[in-house]
Design a protein around this ligand. Structure first.
Ligand code: GDP
Ligand code: MG
Length: 186
């Protein structure tokens, strides 16, 4: 079975742990305790291999490192992104500042790891707080602003909600398909 290392990076409170828990446990906690150091979870997904004659799905395994966003843990980050196959760089759509923090992470990844061997995915989280009539629209980062940046930098880009689950599975599925494709071509 193919295994891929994933790392989540981004400012604290943007919802990194919530995204991982939505994906792995399909649950959400409004009062999640902030991560200390880093947390490790693993999860398998099925990939449909359309190029082969087999009708069997291929199973791949993600080993997910969910890092803490706090400044005091920043020096530990290279331990988690080193040898990673994909990095999910998360910002909070309702916090403009969290996008610049995400951009700093993208720069650091490109400087230290290099583009070629790492898939970087920019994720805007807390989509449920945007465009909803009962909450009011708390959006601070326009979709286009992040999308244009992601295209310039050649990143995957999605807006998601760990709370409702919107988009979360799709992110991991498409990262898995991309990684599987690359692995097969090796
Ligand atoms: P982390 O520090 O990046 O790991 O962020 P957490 O996952 O601990 O989440 C920080 C806070 O944001 C918690 O109170 C979560 O309940 C909340 N949160 C996370 N994701 C979402 C989301 O998609 N929507 C909303 N409304 N709140 C979220
Ligand atoms: Mg966390």
């Amino acid at each position: 079975m193919f295994q891929f290392k994933l790392v989540l990076l981004g400012d604290s409170s943007v919802g990194k742990s919530s995204i991982v828990h939505r994906f792995v446990k399909d649950s959400f906690d409004d009062f999640r305790e902030s991560t200390i150091g880093a947390a490790f979870l693993s999860q398998t997904i099925k990939i449909r291999d359309t190029s082969s004659d087999s009708t069997e799905d291929t199973v791949i395994k993600f080993e997910i490192w969910d890092t803490a966003g706090q400044e005091r843990y920043k020096s530990l980050a290279p331990m988690y992104y080193r040898n990673a196959n994909a990095a999910l760089v998360v910002y909070d759509i309702t916090q403009q500042d969290s996008l610049s923090k995400a951009q700093n992470w993208v720069n650091e990844l490109k400087n230290k790891v290099g583009d070629e061997d790492l898939i970087i995915c920019l994720l805007g989280n807390k989509l449920d707080l945007c465009d909803s009539s009962d909450n009011g629209d708390k959006r601070a980062v326009m979709t286009d602003e992040a999308k244009v940046y992601a295209e310039e930098q050649d990143l995957l880009f999605y807006e998601v909600s760990a709370k409702t689950g919107q988009g979360v599975k799709d992110v991991f599925q498409s990262i898995g398909e991309k990684l599987y494709q690359i692995k097969k071509e090796e």
